[in-house]
Write a protein that binds this ligand. Structure first.
Ligand SMILES: C[S@@+](CC[C@H](N)C(=O)[O-])C[C@H]1O[C@@H](n2cnc3c(N)ncnc32)[C@H](O)[C@@H]1O
Length: 204
């Protein structure tokens, strides 16, 4: 792992124990609205394998595991991974596998039907977002659902919603990258001017 990524991973490890309390609260309505839409659009079938990139404490992964055949979560932060693994074990979920993996190398090369990612891709600089989308397309999923910080209008530097190094992708840029990678857009959901959910599919 390079130094910058390690720093980010360590930062998330430090907040892992309190992440759920903070995110699962009314204070984070935007996060919760986004997470609900990602779960709704992922909509796995009973035989589907789902890959959740930047899974964190597994909020999305564990929710989808109720309906999917198998859910694989990948993250760079040891603390977040341990938290997600402990939650899956506490709930007796045997169809969830959480481990180390980066957007550029998810360390997963078996069949995957649906890829999801919630509030994680924004940590990558724009050029790496494109590479991540290409890597996801190479996994050949039927569907990709992305919830994240994204600008619906022109980015306003006076109004930074996420002040922690978010590289402001516009919705247009993400849609272009998804379509260039062979996806067809099926939904564009605006949660806020700077937060949204994109769903995209490929022919089965
Ligand atoms: C804000 S949290 C979101 C976690 C989870 N998806 C959720 O909805 O609660 C962002 C997560 O992305 C992970 N992350 C950041 N950069 C990553 C990368 N390059 N590859 C994989 N995971 C990454 C972080 O470690 C962190 O757990």
């Amino acid at each position: 792992m390079d130094e910058e990524l390690k720093e980010l991973a360590d930062r998330f490890s430090q907040m892992a124990d309190h992440y759920d309390e903070k995110h699962d609260s009314e204070e984070k309505w935007m996060y919760n609205a986004c997470a609900s839409l990602v779960i709704e659009h992922a909509d796995p079938r009973p035989n589907d394998v789902v890959l959740d990139l930047g899974t964190g404490t597994g909020l999305i992964a564990l929710a989808l595991a109720e309906d999917a055949s198998h859910v694989v979560g990948r993250d760079i932060s040891e603390g977040m991974i341990e938290k997600a693994q402990a939650k899956a074990a506490d709930r007796g979920m045997k169809n969830v596998e959480i481990g180390y993996g980066e957007f550029r190398d998810p360390q997963y090369d078996s069949k995957v039907d649906i890829v999801v990612s919630n509030f994680a891709l924004h940590h990558l600089p724009d050029e790496e977002k494109r590479e991540a989308i290409e890597t996801i397309a190479d996994l050949d999923p039927r569907r990709f659902v992305l919830g994240d910080a994204m600008f619906f209008g022109a980015p306003n530097p006076e109004e930074p919603l996420f002040g922690h190094g978010v590289d402001g992708a516009t919705v247009g840029m993400l849609v272009d990258e998804l379509t260039d990678a062979g996806f067809v857009m099926t939904a564009v959901e605006r949660v806020h001017d700077q937060v949204g959910v994109l769903a995209a599919e490929r022919d089965e």
